[in-house]
Design a protein around this ligand. Structure first.
Ligand code: HEC
Length: 172
């Protein structure tokens, strides 16, 4: 009896440790994706917002997949108001996004991360740069808005101000 209790306790500790290590790995992958994507976006925005939109539409998914491959994990960027149909939110994603939205409503901050059914989620909040391409129609340059509509006829990812929950990075 004692022995099995001890075993159960040890197994618990081991699985906690494994979860902890998983989260560290998932966090590292998300951080690299953010850094890579931001770097590329900034460089392209210096050229022009339209060039940056074209760059994103051609490369965002490839960049995401190559960071995932490097870390030997799966990565997705998700939103309930997605631009690219590939990035739509499933049931787990929606739970994570709801948690972030709730945190924001309560404290003004989304929190660092949540784990839903083993999937790690990190919130993405808009800053000044994001609203160049995800902002309110009236504030977006008309060439940018036109280019986005041309590439994404079913775009839902506009109308944001600064400091709003845009979506999440999911890693598993
Ligand atoms: C130059 C224009 C541009 C800027 C600036 C930009 N985005 Fe995007 N974003 C896009 C395009 C185009 C897509 C769709 C392509 C893709 O990523 O799959 C997209 C997709 C996304 C997605 C995936 C979900 C979806 O809607 O398809 C998230 C999340 C996102 N952007 C967040 C941000 C955040 C946060 C910022 C600011 C830090 C930002 N974006 C800045 C153009 C932009």
């Amino acid at each position: 009896m004692k022995r099995s209790l001890f075993l159960a306790a040890t197994m618990c500790a081991v699985s906690l440790m494994a979860t902890d290590i998983d989260v560290q790995k998932q966090k590292a992958a998300a951080a690299e994706l953010k850094k890579t994507m931001m770097g590329e976006l900034k460089a392209k925005l210096n050229e022009s917002p339209v060039a940056a939109v074209e760059f994103c539409s051609k490369n965002a998914i490839d960049i995401t997949n190559s960071v995932a491959k490097k870390h030997n994990l799966n990565i997705k960027r998700v939103s309930e108001k997605n631009r690219n149909p590939i990035n739509s939110a499933d049931e787990n994603d929606k739970k994570a996004l709801a948690q972030f939205a709730e945190n924001m409503a309560r404290s003004g901050k989304p929190g660092e991360y949540v784990v839903v059914n083993g999937k790690y989620y990190e919130p993405l909040v808009t800053n000044e740069m994001c609203v160049v391409c995800h902002g309110k129609d009236a504030n977006m340059a008309s060439e940018t808005a036109q280019k986005i509509k041309q590439l994404y006829p079913n775009d839902k990812a506009v109308g944001y101000g600064v400091g709003e929950l845009r979506g999440a990075i999911s890693v598993w």
